[in-house]
Design a protein around this ligand. Structure first.
Ligand code: G3P
Length: 217
């Protein structure tokens, strides 16, 4: 399973990249707005920190506009994945951009039918938004499961990128049903390590070790 950080905050990305566990980054217009940075400048910095795909999102509503913006964003670095929304225009743009050999992330996916269209259009990634489905009392994880089944039925190579992840449970559940990638806020990824029994066990081991009077180094 690949880990992407869902943020445009350079410090957060650097901290995770330093662990060697970060496989990519996803951004969107809201995250760029929150960062307060220029999209091209901050995206270039992110691409220099992370070897894997860095998603940068187009904002045009028509296919021609998305294609032009996608080509412009792709100039930032080799590892840009162009993000387009799951509309007919986005699907058309995905087909053209993926045909040019570019990585494309089709975002704002909320149904299996939408995911089928993205795969047929050659998307590198499909981004189903788990948290936003859960927000309206639908089952985000069921959507990931459906897409997994459908993609496996037909051998689609589009990677399922579980997005809108809000909790550590979303991460384990996404892994359980076979998502290829999760993108999550760094704060959520960092919480994955936490377990009270780990802390308790470590305290007990260190207390006993102290009683031995030994040193390893
Ligand atoms: O990658 C998409 C993600 O940023 C959306 O998350 O929490 O705004 O639904 P959220």
């Amino acid at each position: 399973m690949k880990f992407f950080a869902d943020t445009a905050e350079i410090d957060e990305i650097r901290e995770l990249a330093d662990t060697g566990l970060l496989d990519g980054v996803t951004t969107n217009p809201s995250l760029i707005m929150k960062s307060g940075r220029d999209i091209k400048e901050v995206t270039k910095e992110i691409c220099a920190l992370v070897d894997g795909p860095v998603s940068a999102e187009t904002v045009a509503l028509d296919a021609e506009g998305m294609i032009a913006e996608g080509r412009e964003l792709a100039k930032i670095a080799e590892n840009i994945a162009i993000k387009v929304p799951l509309t007919w225009a986005g699907i058309k743009a995905c087909k053209v951009l993926s045909g040019e050999g570019r990585m494309v992330n089709v975002t704002l996916c909320f149904s299996a039918n939408q995911a089928i269209l993205a795969a047929k259009a050659g998307a590198t990634f499909i981004s189903p938004f788990i948290g936003r489905l859960d927000d309206i009392n639908l089952d985000g994880m069921e959507l990931i499961e459906d897409i997994r089944t459908i993609y496996d039925n037909y051998g689609f190579e589009t990677q399922i990128l579980a997005a809108s992840i809000r909790s550590v449970n979303h991460i384990a559940d996404s892994a359980r049903v076979g998502a290829d990638v999760i993108t999550a806020p760094p704060a959520v990824i960092k919480k994955m390590v936490a377990h009270p029994l780990t802390d308790k066990g470590l305290d007990a081991f260190l207390a006993d070790w102290g009683k031995t009077g030994q040193k390893i180094l």
